[in-house]
Design a protein around this ligand. Structure first.
Ligand code: PMP
Length: 369
């Protein structure tokens, strides 16, 4: 339960700016844009943002070694090397295949900036693919998932072929549905379109399925996105793009020079060089996911969906806004996905204790107490 106190709730609790006549000077695509909805709501048990429940404070020796008066390493060589060593199979373990981002969000931005639109993605999915496309003035299309939440490969292919160029973003496992789309269907999209296909593996560490990294040797139009945010280091803002060196060279042209700060580079590299602790945290989340899924399945009026990620999507028979508010009264912060996903909420897997608080609260709510 973190440090067992209410979050101060001051960061980002009020929106930035307000109405003004400046609007007429703003590009129409930006005027129509709504900012990413990431409010800081005070709570005891924070299960809304798919973070890891396990923090790992950086030691004083590591922090003291950072020269605050110097720019960070623009190429983040040490960090990319540590990542390649942990993640990449031996035959492709080269930093030329890895690009660092200020979170994977920034790499999504860089990818769309490099390859342009149309930007195609299944829906529902992570909202930033569409928002960044709009910010950059690119056309974007969401292709609805099938009823079983699998990807509609035929429609994705048609949409991608409609433009001269284009890029697809495929979150696997998908946020917020939690499932991994069929590998065969994604390979078909890569194969049949020749467009850039980005498989976003933010939640891959929690998945039973294998990573798409092993397909990089075969496809020059495939790129894989990864992040430190779900495995204990969301505060650092560190993400990675993995692809053929030729693709990395192009995307690197639009990267801002010192995009990942020295603290993040040092702390992330240190964590990646000692992966056992990362892997322990991942294992605990996967084991708790099973327990939470079991508990939700046994509750009257709750239908959870199977998950390959560090969160679970579930449907409730009550008004989801009521479930959200009642849980918050017990200190538990969830993500309410309705009306976009009717009747649905999403819960991130926390520590065993946090999950027990969530389960107890849900039992009470669903029993009408
Ligand atoms: N991709 C997906 C599918 C996500 O859900 C998220 C975070 N919610 C991100 C990317 C962004 O992660 P980062 O913190 O690395 O920017």
């Amino acid at each position: 339960m973190g440090n067992n106190k209410m979050y101060a709730g001051t960061k980002g609790s009020s929106s930035i700016g307000g109405p003004s006549s400046i609007g007429r000077l703003v590009r129409p695509n930006v005027r129509a844009l709504t900012p990413y909805d990431a409010k800081e709501i005070p709570c005891l048990v924070k299960l809304d943002a798919n973070e890891s429940p396990y923090a790992r404070p950086a030691g004083p020796r590591l922090l003291r070694a950072i020269e605050t008066n110097r720019y960070p390493d623009p190429l983040a060589v040490d960090l990319r090397r540590a990542f390649a060593k942990w993640m990449l199979p031996a035959r492709m373990r080269s930093i030329d295949r890895v690009l660092h981002g200020n979170g994977s969000d920034e790499l999504i931005y860089n990818l769309i900036c490099t390859f342009g639109g149309p930007v195609v993605y299944p829906t529902p999915t992570f909202s930033m693919y569409g928002k960044i496309a709009q910010a950059l003035g690119m056309e974007s299309t969401g292709v609805p998932l099938a009823a079983d939440f699998d990807i509609d490969d035929a429609r994705m292919i048609r949409q991608l072929r409609a433009g001269k160029a284009g890029i697809a973003f495929i979150s696997r496992p998908n946020n917020p549905t939690g499932n991994s789309f069929s590998e065969e269907k994604i390979l078909r999209i890569i194969d049949k379109t020749g467009r850039i296909v980005v498989v976003d593996e933010a939640y891959q560490p929690f998945s039973r399925e294998k990573s798409f990294l092993r397909h990089l040797g075969r496809y020059e139009n495939l790129a894989v996105l990864m992040t430190m945010s779900k495995i204990g280091f969301a505060a650092l803002r560190v993400g990675f793009l993995v692809a053929r060196p030729e693709l990395i060279t192009e995307v690197n042209k639009v990267r801002l020079p010192f995009n990942v700060n020295s603290y993040s580079q040092a702390i992330a590299a240190d964590a990646l060089r000692n992966p056992r602790r990362l892997e322990n945290g991942i294992r605990k989340v996967v084991s708790e996911r099973k327990r939470v899924l079991g508990a939700l399945s046994r509750m009257e009026g709750v239908s959870p969906y199977p998950s390959d990620a560090n969160f679970i999507l579930f449907r409730v028979s009550l008004d989801p806004e009521r479930v959200f508010s009642f849980a918050l009264k017990d200190g538990v912060l969830l993500r309410n996905l309705s009306p976009a996903m009717d009747g649905c909420l999403r819960v991130t897997i926390g520590t065993r204790k946090e999950n027990s608080v969530f389960i107890a609260s849900m039992k009470k709510i669903m029993a009408g107490r």
